[in-house]
Design a protein around this ligand. Sequence first.
Ligand SMILES: [Zn+2]
Length: 344
Amino acid sequence: MKTVYSPRHRLHADNQELNAGVITPAFELPARVDFILQRIAAVGLGEVIEATRVDAVAAASKVHDAGYLQFMADFWRLWLAEGRSGPTMPYVWPARGQHDIRPEHVNGLMGYYSFDGGASFVEGTWEAVQSAVWSALGAAELIAGSERGAYALCRPPGHHAGSSTMGGYCFINNAAVAAQRFLDLGAKRVTILDVDYHHGNGTQEIFYRRRDVQMIDLHADTTVAYPFFSGRTDETGKGEGEGFTRNYPLPFGTSWETWGAALDDACRAIEAYGPDAVVVSLGLDTFEGDPISKFKLKREDYPKIGERIARLGRRTLFVQEGGYAVADIGHNAVGVLTGFEGRS
Ligand SMILES: [Zn+2]
């Protein structure tokens, strides 16, 4: 399987983050990509292709609000104009009883276009965000060609990014952009299967009223886990999209027996939908050693994920999302991919 990635992801690197209400050393680190690339080389997964620079904004504007994209493009200039220069994160949001109006000051704009304090900006963030889109689109092109599977090694990740909101390390929803690209290239139906530990709230919001993209998500029960405000079983889509969103909230401590059964059920729903392509939001934070998550999947479980997805018999694009057990992420991510290829 071929991998597409951009070394420009390194431009987005903050040394701290706001996690679970505490300022901590950053978990979402450039080293995550290094460990995955090392493992790809070690097992000989296949060619690693540097993503070609393309118009990320044009592609992203199919699933994101134009004002939101313009805000991110302008952010660093606005920040410098305020006399600031260091890393920053949002800190104020419109909530119940307030007006959802677009302010003018950069700090207000940051809150307006985010849903949490988990999307921090440094000088190179916007360039890195765009480079992740290049990777997603490059890998989608491989699938649109002759490849049965491809891997977009995206960083920063994307599944928490909604149509006009960043958060949870995510800015542009790489999986959503790729799914839309498949539709634009002629696919009639695309499934996004999100296996990250956290609910893909952004992806769900983007496609909630559509039937041409099926959104299926296995994640930690959001009555007790981030991102808290979405991901329940009664969220099934709206209007034309009714019935095309499906959530599998699972309890803390979930291990393969339960998780694998949920995946099997999800795969049957995908088979019933009959998509032309599947986009897998590939998070590895379901791992028992993950520092910010509470599932119990083991290293040997990851190939089984790939094997089950392969049995769908669909063209499949894997898009990198979360996973913060940095030294293990290479084994776990590549385990899914070799499982898909029937090599493990
Ligand atoms: Zn996650």
